[in-house]
Design a protein around this ligand. Structure first.
Ligand SMILES: Nc1nc2c(ncn2[C@@H]2O[C@H](COP(=O)(O)OP(=O)(O)OP(=O)(O)O)[C@@H](O)[C@H]2O)c(=O)[nH]1
Ligand SMILES: [Mg+2]
Length: 299
């Protein structure tokens, strides 16, 4: 038998650097949600890259940040609990941030786990002057990275090189998951995330951080279509008004955009019913946070 490599690869870094965009680009499929706002990803989500001789389990993680409330502390715990299972860490930064005090702190914590770390400098399409060179130099000096690779997840630059480098670092062993599996998350969770993504993208201020989406029902129709009922939870009545919008314009826009993505994901026609519910102060209550942000793993 030809030799097979496989392993768990965590994509870790500060919030908003492009971790989820990178994973979607490598997989060639939109599995995890992205947005220009920080703290978009809330869960540890395994996304599986399969080819003839390799299986890479990319673990998308919530961006690391200084926690400021209960929800953000919960999100941070989700990121850190992934570390033990990893064979390799991809640490992602932007080409203008330099090596901040906060990055130094995070890297200290990561090196304590004794795993190889590769630096990905993302968004090089936006780097100005010699910011990229300076960033690479600052990180190279720390002497903790096995490789430093400049990429643009959005433009697809150097992604093949990154992929080959990752493969070269993986242990020779059998696939952990079935080779036709692309994620450990349930269809329900992926669908709820696509709806949440539209809310994060279309709303402002605290609303992206006060919203959770629960799927109430996914019902297969006889005509080969799927009927989905989902509940959008917010913390205040005024937020419910914003999500619904003037004459229902906002909820219609959220629904239209989400339905398009869900149809692509499921490969079938989708009817989407959205209702908005106020769950007062859910972002301040550990139990509610646990329920409303829980990922639903299928393995
Ligand atoms: N110009 C440019 N923008 C990018 C690139 N990669 C990602 N972005 C943008 O950066 C923003 C954040 O991307 P995400 O993938 O959501 O970032 P993340 O690191 O997963 O963020 P969190 O989940 O909040 O930690 C989005 O607006 C992306 O479109 C890139 O290579 N170039
Ligand atoms: Mg993300």
């Amino acid at each position: 038998m030809e030799s097979f490599s496989s392993g768990f690869v965590g994509v870790i870094g500060q919030t908003n650097v492009g971790k989820s965009t990178f994973i979607n680009a490598i997989l060639g499929k939109k599995l995890v949600i992205t947005s220009p706002k920080p703290q978009t990803t809330r869960n540890r989500i395994r996304c599986i890259y399969n080819s003839k001789n390799v299986q890479i389990v990319f673990v998308d993680t919530p961006g690391l940040h200084r926690p400021h409330n209960k929800l953000s502390r919960h999100i941070l715990r989700q990121a850190y609990r992934t570390l033990r299972e990893l064979d390799l860490i991809l640490y992602m930064v932007e080409p203008w941030s330099g090596l901040s005090a906060y990055d130094t702190l995070l890297l200290d914590r990561l090196t304590g786990h004794d795993k190889p770390i590769i630096l990905l400098v993302n968004k090089i399409d936006r780097a100005k002057g010699n910011a990229l060179e300076e960033t690479l130099l600052a990180y190279a000096r720390t002497d903790i990275f096995a490789e430093l690779i400049p990429i643009s997840a959005q433009e697809g630059t150097n992604l093949n090189e990154a992929l080959h480098t990752v493969i070269g670092c993986l242990p020779k062993r059998m696939a952990y998951f079935p080779v036709d599996m692309i994620t450990d998350q349930s269809e329900r969770f992926l669908v709820s995330e696509l709806i949440r993504e539209k809310i994060v993208q279309l709303t402002f201020k605290e609303l992206p951080y006060s919203t959770a989406v629960r799927i109430k029902e996914i019902e297969q129709q006889s005509a080969g279509s799927v009927h989905i009922r989902a509940e959008i939870c917010v913390v205040r009545k005024s937020q419910k008004g914003i999500i619904i919008g003037k004459h229902g314009a906002m909820i219609k826009e959220i629904g239209t955009r989400a339905r398009r993505d869900i149809e692509t994901l499921l490969g079938t026609k989708v009817f989407l019913d959205l209702i908005v519910r106020v769950r007062k102060d859910w972002t301040k209550d550990e139990h509610e946070i646990e329920i409303l942000t829980r990922e639903e793993m299928i393995v």
